[in-house]
Design a protein around this ligand. Structure first.
Ligand code: PEP
Ligand code: CO
Length: 461
């Protein structure tokens, strides 16, 4: 079947709203979007693919993270800066501990639309359509606010461009300076209770390495820049009308390939990965790297069929499989998936989303994720993928740079009672800055132990 940017319209689609009051107005907005400048360009998208191809073969590690849902109300420069800072802190720790390049992929600058478990929300006996993300309808619990409004797509586009503009400036304008980032990490490490000594030691080792590089005259020269990083963006390709409008045929390289220029990478959610549905149809035709969320309901044969559709040429760097089982389900579900994919000779990045399978509701009604369950899922993920002969190549986190109280636990624990104090998410609970950075230190520990064991084995000890 011939693919076009709009061929998905001939397929059944889940989680795309069909209740816009004026479909002509929606069409007009999509036409306006199609004329707007792309957020990212083909060469950057290909660069990310090259970096992900390195993850496929175990030469790099993928860090993907950001808000569950970006919001219009929380769109502030300081929030973006704090997020980027936490992200950099994590990336530095992981780079040092793993001894490998870290691919930095934000879940940002376009992450608005949400698939919802329930089509309606009931409060005090009143039932309204669910909130579906700021680019579709409003979070306020009023009938008016829950009506989908196409103009929200334009606002989301502009928020994405402005966010990306700041992120690009932060990534290349000196903010990412390694010595700064290590200083922030040291300040974090000092206040981590029992874990402080180990974390501070790691920061000191990074400091020594930086001094060594300075001594060699390598700081910022010969392409080993310590001041600038490549930062890529991603979001769930849920609202296909928007993604279609942002899809452009490459003019620069003359390849004729179509790129979804709304982000460097997009992913297909766990609820929209049906083989014969619209989301898979759309994603198979764009040249971007594609993520696929893999949850307990995914059968290994179905995954192979998905890989055949989405990556018939088995191109390395094209597919990121994002396992999101839940700490209590990963041991039963993931091994057979990894085995099948390896047996079939498929080149993929294996990444762990330890957030979406670990959500629970407290007695007082808050959706939360216990930090220890998140840690447990990542750790099991690493063991399982390794045991099956694969490379656990990444993590996908819902996180913020702010001091929110949404997930319980961590070294400076958020208690269940404290959740109410700064519970700000518009959708799922996120790791706060400290919890996210702690997560990086914990993963770093496991990466370092692995490397030390390999070194000792190589030395015959
Ligand atoms: C998400 O990443 O926000 C999400 C909805 O995930 P999943 O599709 O894995 O449930
Ligand atoms: Co989420």
């Amino acid at each position: 079947m011939t693919w076009t940017p709009s061929s998905w319209r001939g397929f059944p689609a889940c989680h795309i709203p069909d209740d816009y009051p004026d479909s002509a107005a929606l069409g007009a907005v999509e036409s306006r979007l199609a004329k707007k400048p792309p957020l990212v360009v083909a060469s950057e998208i290909e660069k990310l693919k090259t970096e992900l191809a390195r993850v496929c073969v175990g030469e790099a590690f993928l860090l993907q993270g950001g808000d569950c849902a970006e919001s219009f109300a929380e769109f502030e420069a300081d929030r973006i800066t704090r997020y980027f800072r936490a992200f950099l802190q994590m990336a530095v720790v992981l780079t040092f501990a793993g001894g490998k390049h870290v691919v930095k992929l934000g879940r940002v600058a376009g992450q608005f639309a949400k698939p919802r478990s329930e089509p309606t929300e009931v409060k005090d006996g009143i039932s309204l359509p669910s909130y579906r993300g700021d680019n579709i309808n409003g979070a306020a619990f009023t009938p008016q606010s829950r009506i989908p409004d196409p103009e929200r797509l334009i606002e989301a586009y502009h928020q994405s461009t402005a966010s990306l503009n700041l992120l690009r400036a932060l990534a290349t304008g000196g903010y990412a300076n390694l010595e700064n980032v290590n200083r922030w990490n040291l300040a974090f490490a000092r206040k981590q209770g029992k874990a402080s000594v180990e974390y501070v030691k790691l920061c000191h080792r990074i400091e020594e390495s930086l001094e060594f590089m300075n001594g060699l005259g390598l700081n910022g020269s010969v392409g080993i820049g310590t001041d600038a990083v490549d930062f890529f963006t991603s979001h769930e390709a849920l609202l296909l009308g928007y993604e279609e409008a942002m899809t452009r045929q490459d003019q620069l390289f003359g390849s004729g390939a179509y790129y979804d220029t709304s982000a460097h990478m997009v992913w297909i959610g766990d609820r929209t990965r049906q083989l014969d549905h619209a989301h898979v149809e759309f994603c198979r035709g764009i040249a971007n790297p594609i993520g696929v969320k893999c949850g307990p309901s995914l059968d290994p044969e179905e995954l192979l069929a998905l890989l055949e559709l989405l990556n018939p040429k088995n191109e390395a760097g094209r597919i990121v499989l994002i396992a999101r089982y839940g700490a209590d389900k990963i041991a039963a579900g993931l091994p057979k998936l990894v085995r099948k994919v390896i047996e079939a000779g498929r080149s993929v990045v294996w990444s762990s989303d330890p957030m979406h399978g670990n959500t629970l509701k407290t007695a007082s009604g808050y959706k939360t994720r216990p930090f220890e369950r998140v840690v447990s899922e990542v750790s099991d993920f690493m063991d399982i993928v390794r045991a099956e002969g694969g490379y656990p190549g990444g993590v996908h986190l819902e996180m913020t740079g702010d001091d929110v109280t949404e997930c319980t636990g961590g070294a400076t624990p958020v208690t269940e009672e404290a959740l109410a104090s700064r519970y700000r998410t518009h959708c799922d609970p996120r790791l706060n800055a400290d919890q996210a950075i702690e997560m990086a230190f914990i993963i770093a520990h496991s990466l370092r132990v692995g490397r030390q064991q390999r070194r000792m084995a190589a030395a015959g000890l």
